[in-house]
Write a new protein. Structure first.
Length: 279
């Protein structure tokens, strides 16, 4: 785990913060260029993805199909811009490709396609399915005597899907300690507040009831994310990390605004957002 106590640790955190800012700029630019997309839930997940891809996961962009690699599933597939920007910055494909988001013939579709984008482990977009596939991958690792971990990023609104809880029950039953579910708990979904649409609270207790190790963190704090992900190594059951986040994080006029779940900024809004996300 990175420590802020040393100068090397502080420098590492500063590097992650810079990467997160670059990824956010990519997200804004991509969606503005495409004229459509989902900025709110993409921006809320940036620190989570940055921590995983630049600090935690065992991966090699030069060998994206390495059988020993850790797996990541973006179950909330509408946040594809955040994943694409992270993969590009990590070296899976050229950063210049990002400007082709949602264009005809582009590999970067509105939702991730595992057949077209290096580093994408599952084609997602129909919510509720990612954790089930994660359970299958984690069981597969056990059967093949491999030691990779499977990380699944869930939307909190997505946790209203029954299939999530079927998968959670199976993971708890099989004590899949190589499976980590991270809930992007920004409190908003397309129709409004998650608690108004379908109450999720008490969310942590629900995961514990299904036999999971549960950690609650600030989803924008690298130190808390690292500490939570480090604790996975000592768990004897699957781990759920409930990451409290802000929808639209980093762009003030998008933060906490449900209207930015699925629309693109216009020219002036793009300029204002990029100014806020400047170096």
């Amino acid at each position: 785990m990175l420590s802020t106590a040393s100068s090397a640790g502080r420098e590492a955190y500063r590097d992650l913060e810079k990467r997160a800012r670059v990824i956010r700029r990519h997200i804004v630019n991509m969606i503005a260029e495409a004229g459509s997309g989902h900025p709110g839930g993409s921006l809320s997940a940036v620190e989570i993805l940055t921590t995983l891809y630049f600090g935690v996961m065992k991966i090699d962009p030069k060998v994206p199909d390495d059988p020993e690699r850790d797996r990541f599933i973006l179950s909330k597939g509408h946040a594809a811009p955040a994943l694409y920007a992270t993969l590009a910055e990590r070296g899976y494909f050229a950063v210049e490709t990002l400007s082709s988001l949602r264009r005809l013939g582009s590999p970067l579709q509105g939702h991730p396609d595992m057949r077209k984008v290096p580093g994408v482990e599952m084609s997602t977009g129909s919510l509720g399915q990612g954790l089930s596939v994660g359970v299958g991958m984690a069981l597969g690792a056990r059967l093949d005597h491999r030691y990779y971990r499977v990380y699944v990023l869930l939307g909190d609104g997505e946790c209203q899907e029954g299939q999530i809880w079927e998968a959670a029950m199976a993971a708890g039953h099989y004590q899949l300690n190589n499976l980590v579910a991270i809930v992007d708990r920004n409190g908003l979904q397309i129709d409004g507040s998650t608690e108004t649409v379908m109450t999720l609270s008490p969310l942590a207790q629900k995961w514990r009831a299904f036999g999971w190790n549960v950690v609650e963190v600030d989803g924008h704090s690298f130190s808390e994310l690292f500490q939570a992900l480090d604790s996975v190594a000592y768990a004897h059951k699957p781990t759920a990390i409930i990451a409290r986040t802000v929808k639209g994080k980093g762009v003030t006029f998008m933060e906490g605004a449900v209207d930015w779940h699925g629309k693109a900024p216009d020219r002036k809004q793009r300029e204002k957002a990029l100014e806020e996300l400047g170096e």
